[in-house]
Write a protein of this length. Structure first.
Lengths: 131, 131
DNA sequence: AATGTGAATGTAATGTTATTACATCAATTG
DNA sequence: CAATTGATGTAATAACATTACATTCACATT
């Protein structure tokens, strides 16, 4: 999935997220795109829904915010479960993938016949630079 | 931590959560406690803050809802990172603790000098009974 | 070029979740 | 008893997200 097949609104939203050094809320994105004709939250949420679907963007559940994927050209969906550290001081987000954790969670779910949908792993704290 | 040293509001909120078979939103709790004199969201949020602090209740970040801890008498804070499966059909939540996952996350954080605060692990999907 | 279809968009209104601000009350302690 | 601290009550507002409905755009088929 490259960024070329995105629609205008999807492209604008992805661009804003890509150029941000910290996660953004939907309403912050909206404000940044007012000059581009955005008027309503739904324009942002609809674009985000598609970007999430494409694996170009991640939603950080614990802070109600969105970040561009760290490796959008590869399609993040290929990498299995995505985990994040989120610095509560500077907002810096680091995305990582750990197959051991993934296997462990899968095994737990399998043992209980739990059919896994989306998995969230988020570590909030303080990054090295802010400590 | 037993339930005895809770204040009136904390006790009421904990009671509602304890008797629910699925997670509840703050506003749902508020509605259930109207007859007990609750009038405003803040009464619920303040009680929840304390219950979270005591380890008697967990917040499910991915669905903006709250559940009573599965083993409140032991103080969940003693069990390290808490993970959950959340059935999107029936709402059933299962709490579990996995030291391998915990060690792995701790190691990742340590490697990057990331000071870990709260960690969220939530698997949403479909439970065995709903499949 | 006209038409049909599905995806994307525009807009308003509303619903849901959470916090700020400020006043009051209750328990404890010096 | 005064002072402090934690809990509570209440109103207002902020922040996040969805529903509903009308319109437009892209594109395939005729």
């Amino acid at each position: 999935m490259t960024t070329q097949q995105l629609t205008k609104n999807q492209g604008l939203v992805f661009d804003v997220l890509s150029h941000s050094d910290s996660p953004l809320s939907a309403y912050t994105i909206l404000d940044k795109l007012r000059d581009n004709g955005f008027r309503a939250p739904l324009q942002v949420y609809r674009a985000l829904d598609k970007l999430l679907e494409f694996g170009l963007v991640h939603r950080l559940e614990s802070i109600n915010a969105f970040v561009a994927c760290a490796h959008p050209n590869e399609g993040c969906h290929n990498h299995g479960i995505t985990a994040f550290t989120i610095c509560e001081t500077c907002g810096k987000v680091t995305e990582f993938h750990d197959h051991v954790i993934e296997d462990r969670l899968k095994a737990f779910a399998k043992d209980r016949n739990f059919k896994t949908g989306k998995t969230t792993i988020e570590i909030r704290g303080t990054c090295a630079g802010c400590a």
